[in-house]
Design a protein around this ligand. Structure first.
Ligand code: BGC
Length: 349
């Protein structure tokens, strides 16, 4: 079968190649891939900056934003042939740590977790993949291709879950305003979940070319272009930072209304020494009871939350996020960002 592979640590080693059928050891459910989303993590992996091959191997099958249909499932599982499904990315560490033992692998404490298509486990970027039933999520068939958005939405569902848990430190927490920095897929999906919660949603991006403004407007949210520092009149109750750009992260701290929550979702490259008045930031955050936290990955509950959120969303709006489909043999073109791209998917159908 054809698969999308790379050699971790080696720049531009990406290829489409023939590989053996997926081993039974990957799980009892056999899935036929329909589509695979690509994201910044895949770009980093292909650039040789991130990613780990399975033990004893040089190459990794990439892909963690899956969508497929069940080809074969054990009779005693909840799956049957034809079901539309998405695979969960992370697997618990082998110890396991208390979080992994409790099914909260997204909170792994010892870093020994593995991830399909990212860390020491083959991904979902092949014509077929196998997966354990407990790491597979069933979707309503009406989601169709938009089901490929479940994995990125699960990341955002976790961000919302944790934001709301932190918010409940005050018994009367009632947020009204959300500011999202970055109108990429994660930012737009975070904004969508804010709209579903009835919040006044604002999205800031540095780029006004392409469809982002229109996509934000059609969500019923407000689009802003420029720097966070120029948006000083807006004091959001919640700020979701989805760019990972160091200067945006710096400007996000202390930017909320009192009692505000800043959720950091973008993974940035280290090595940026920025000028920051950390005493001033600290003073604001302490005196205002502000909270800042980071969030990565998602556990099963977040995937289920994501499926519910995507079902509630306007399907035409979701369609507008998938801006480009690339055939398997040209999959590396999916990684080269083009003007107007939001979510690019590799089409296996
Ligand atoms: C994936 C997460 C993963 C993270 C770090 C993200 O792109 O969506 O599932 O935990 O990368 O590897």
């Amino acid at each position: 079968m054809r698969a999308l592979t790379i050699a971790p640590g080696i720049t531009n080693s990406a290829a489409a190649e023939d590989v053996p059928e997926p081993p039974e050891s990957d799980g009892a459910v056999l899935v036929r891939t329909l589509a695979l989303g690509v994201c910044g993590t895949d770009r980093e992996i292909v650039a040789g900056l991130y990613g780990w091959a399975p033990p004893g191997r040089k190459r990794l099958i990439v892909g963690h934003e899956s969508l497929g249909t069940v080809e074969h499932a054990p009779a005693n599982s909840e799956f049957k042939p034809g079901d539309l499904v998405v695979g969960i990315v992370r697997r618990p560490d082998p110890v396991p740590c208390p979080c992994c033992a409790a099914g909260e692998w997204d909170m792994c404490r010892n870093g020994r977790y593995t991830e399909r298509g990212i860390k020491e486990r083959d991904g979902y970027g092949s014509e077929f993949f196998r997966v354990e039933p407990e790491f597979l999520v069933k979707l309503d068939p009406s989601l169709g291709l938009n089901g490929v958005l479940v994995e990125p939405t699960s990341i955002v569902a976790k961000a919302w879950d944790h934001t709301e848990r932190i918010g409940r430190r005050s018994r009367v927490w009632a947020p009204k305003t959300l500011l999202v920095t970055g109108a990429g897929p994660i930012g737009l999906l975070a904004a969508m979940m804010g709209v579903l919660r009835g919040l006044d949603v604002h999205v800031l991006d540095h780029n006004d070319r392409g469809p982002k403004r229109e996509i934000v407007h059609s969500l019923g949210a407000t689009f802003h272009v420029g720097e966070l520092a120029d948006l000083s009149i807006l004091k959001p109750d919640i700020l979701m930072e989805c760019t990972g750009v160091p200067s945006v992260v710096r400007d996000a701290l202390g930017r909320t209304a009192a009692g505000g929550i800043v959720c950091l979702l973008g993974v940035s490259a280290p090595g940026h020494d920025l000028d920051v008045d950390i005493g001033g930031v600290n003073r604001t955050m302490v005196l205002d009871n502000d909270a800042v936290f980071g969030a990565v990955n998602a556990n099963r509950q977040h995937y289920e939350d994501a499926v519910i959120a995507l079902k509630r969303a306007d399907q035409r709006w979701l369609d507008s996020l998938i801006t480009r489909r690339v055939p398997v043999e040209q999959w590396t073109q999916a990684l080269v960002q083009q003007r107007g791209d939001i979510k690019v998917v590799v089409d296996f159908s």
